[in-house]
Design a binder for this molecule. Structure first.
Ligand code: AP5
Ligand code: MG
Length: 220
């Protein structure tokens, strides 16, 4: 079977990052999170990263042309995503979804997974989320790293994200409703959408996603 091209949708805190890492490992394809990319650039202090951070910290979206410009390079023929991928956090607006269709016309997305979790649960998850400042690995206060809030993988500090303030989270959730939800209909119309229940144990959620993806892939 060819390496799949997967897109993970879901509101903030639904578990996109958590599950994308596992899916990328399972299918041996790269995981691309635009949020992780922007945070890494901001931590390095690049002009691009600092500009992106201005939007992120307010809970606003980075402008479409900037995001599409970055993704375009990754999706170019011969680029890192040519042989399959898990996209996490992109696309997140209708113009981004249409740009993605255009960019990978010759090798389109196979399955779009919509991870469904109610808002009260995601707010709770985000409040307890902590991330590695170096590799962006996601933890939770209920599932901390082994040693004193340093990352199990690289030993870097594990902290709360700058955009996980109550104000920014509310803005991000509002933008999800107005900007990202319309993408669900876009992919439903293309018959690419599978909806997966994102509540419960992370292992169970992972199994549900793989089952739904396999079923959809088998349909061709
Ligand atoms: P991004 O980094 O993508 O953030 P987000 O969309 O707000 O999504 P999150 O990362 O908050 O949630 P997640 O679904 O990944 O949840 P996670 O796995 O961490 O984007 C940040 C910002 O960058 C945007 O606001 C925007 O400014 C900018 N940006 C990025 N992409 C953009 C784009 N395409 N266009 C424009 N702007 C863009 O899980 C959350 C917590 O829950 C964790 O603590 C985790 O341990 C826990 N958890 C996970 N699964 C479970 C489970 N099953 N049970 C219990 N706890 C769980
Ligand atoms: Mg994430």
């Amino acid at each position: 079977m060819a390496a799949p091209r997967l897109v993970l949708l879901g509101k903030q805190g639904a578990g996109k990052g958590t599950q994308s890492v596992r899916l990328a490992e399972h299918y041996a394809v790269p995981h691309l999170s635009t949020g992780d990319m922007f945070r890494a650039q901001a931590a390095l202090g690049t002009a691009f990263g600092l500009e992106a951070r201005r939007f992120m910290d307010q809970g606003e979206l980075v402008p479409d042309d900037v995001v599409i410009g970055v993704i375009e390079e990754c999706l170019a023929p011969g680029g890192p995503l040519e042989g399959g991928f898990v996209l996490d956090g992109f696309p997140r607006t209708l113009p981004q979804a249409k740009a993605l269709d255009r960019l990978i016309k010759s090798h389109p997305v196979d399955v779009v997974v919509d991870l469904e979790v109610p808002t009260d649960i995601v707010i709770d998850r985000i409040a307890g989320r902590r991330v590695c400042t170096l590799c962006q690995r996601v933890y939770h206060v209920n599932m901390p790293p082994k040693v004193n809030w340093t990352c199990d993988d690289d030993g870097a500090p594990v902290v709360q994200r700058d955009d996980d303030t109550e104000e920014a989270v509310m803005r991000r959730l509002a933008l999800y409703e107005s900007q990202t939800k319309p993408i669900i209909d876009h992919y439903r119309a293309q018959d690419l959408l599978v909806t997966v229940d994102g509540i419960g144990d992370g292992d169970d959620v992972f199994e549900r996603i793989v089952e739904a993806v396999e079923k959809r892939l088998a349909q061709g």
